[in-house]
Design a protein around this ligand. Structure first.
Ligand SMILES: [Zn+2]
Length: 434
């Protein structure tokens, strides 16, 4: 039996309404008790004085790039980046090479996670074979072998008939279909958000409609089928009305927003910086304000990183050629804490909820995301006062393509505990013994 006691920390567990300086008792990898006195034999002791102690963060949108693009990231490096960002569970997007569209692929990811990962990895399956948008995968088979959801992310599901059938399977197997909403024809050739800034820079824009038209279609198909549609990385104010309408009429629709869409605008591309080239593209200040309001009022359900590693060689190309995407696991909490909590836009409790229990519920990972009795002991200890600069050598990710490079942030992840074991502590990775 392995035991761990975390003392004197500010324990914040939004789903159980806990916010007090107290003790957490862990036994055999699960939460035994929060608060009070508890006999735990031979326990290892952690002094969390001055630290926030909360459930480990859960990212339902992580590109780990393995198999096939190990030059960008691997399950080994990606889960170390996750732990350094306070994440104890990540859902792996299947747009790898090859695409994860069969039980063989799922088994590979799960086996590699078993041997190389230091946090939990929950894989998704693709919606269509090879993400080619033509032939739907064997949903039942993939669910049986551990797929937590289905997504062609990296690409939209353009064929409405295929999305309809995917959502019928979603209803049958009770798993979400997660869509990267982008009309490929409207978006074709675009580099950034279509608007004043793209005009000024002379870059081809992607209209907001490319996203919102797909959000509306997906909402209608979810209404028709009773399936669960999850809208990934919502980025434009035009999409929010369709989401509100669908939710009001009882459609099973959930949505996420990224830290970069909540804190940056298309002005970040003003110097043609490829690091700010993300898809969907950063919107206007008006979009940013609308996304924050939608997160606050529950229109958007949770925060997800869309951690998208790319090599320096790829990102050093001209902006028209560089790939879309920014890494995000290691900066998600400090960025949102610094820019939204410390500025009074949201409470710390709200932020932690939107990074823990809220995403867990979407992909049915609860009771992860809470410190409930019997929940897996996945936790994060954070020094809210510690300030640091985001430099290239800050990252444990294999890639450096962060749109937050150079920022000074507060809220440093000090310790990450996964399954009752310390896997990360003060910039050091601790590989747990099996
Ligand atoms: Zn995407």
């Amino acid at each position: 039996m392995r035991s761990l006691i975390i003392r004197n920390g500010r324990v914040l567990d939004p789903s159980n309404g806990i916010d007090e300086i107290t003790t957490v008792y862990i036994e055999d990898g699960v939460i035994k008790q929060v608060g009070g006195q508890c006999a735990v034999a031979g326990a290892e002791d952690i002094d969390a004085t001055g630290l926030l102690v909360c459930p480990g963060f859960i990212d339902i949108h992580t590109h780990l790039r393995e198999p096939g693009r190990e030059d960008k990231e691997t399950i080994h490096t990606g889960t170390r980046a996750a732990a350094a960002g306070g994440f104890t569970s990540v859902c792996a997007i299947p747009n790898t090479e090859p695409v994860i569209d069969s039980q063989t692929g799922l088994k590979f990811v799960l086996a590699r996670a078993e041997s190389d990962a230091i946090v939990n990895v929950f894989p998704y399956g693709a919606v269509t074979k090879g993400q080619a948008g033509e032939e739907i995968v064997e949903f039942g088979d993939l669910v049986y072998y551990g797929a937590r959801g289905f997504t062609d992310d990296g690409h939209p599901v353009m064929n409405a008939e295929i999305m309809r059938r995917a959502l019928e399977y979603s209803a049958m197997f009770n798993v979400p279909v997660l869509d990267h909403c982008e009309d490929a024809n409207l978006a074709s050739g675009g580099v950034m958000h279509e608007g004043d800034v793209s005009n000024r820079l002379g870059l081809k824009g992607i209209p907001a409609l490319a996203e919102s038209i797909q959000v509306s279609r997906d909402a209608d198909l979810a209404a028709l089928t009773g399936g669960h549609i999850h809208i990934m990385h919502v980025s434009k104010k035009e999409s929010l009305e369709a989401i509100r309408r669908a939710k009001a009429s009882g459609v099973r629709l959930t949505a996420e927003v990224t830290p970069h869409h909540l804190t940056l605008t298309d002005e970040a591309l003003a110097d043609y910086s490829t690091y700010a080239k993300v898809n969907p593209p950063l919107g206007t200040a008006e979009d940013r304000a609308a996304l924050l309001a939608a997160l606050l009022d529950g229109t958007i359900d949770c925060i997800a990183t869309d951690h998208a590693p790319h090599t320096d060689i790829e990102k050093d190309q001209p902006i028209t050629d560089a790939p879309f995407g920014s890494i995000g696991l290691e900066t998600a909490f400090p960025v949102l804490y610094t820019k939204l909590v410390l500025t009074g836009r949201m409470s710390l409790e709200f932020l932690v909820h939107k990074m823990t229990a809220a995403p867990a519920a979407i992909v049915h990972l609860d009771p992860r995301g809470s410190l409930s009795h019997g929940a897996p002991a996945d936790m994060t200890l954070i020094d809210l006062n510690k300030e640091f600069e985001v430099t290239p050598d800050f990252f444990l990710s294999k890639s450096r393509n962060s749109c937050f490079l150079g920022e000074r942030l507060r809220g440093s992840v000090e310790t990450t505990i996964c399954g009752g074991r310390v896997v990360y502590h003060q910039r050091k990775v601790l590989r747990p013994q099996a």
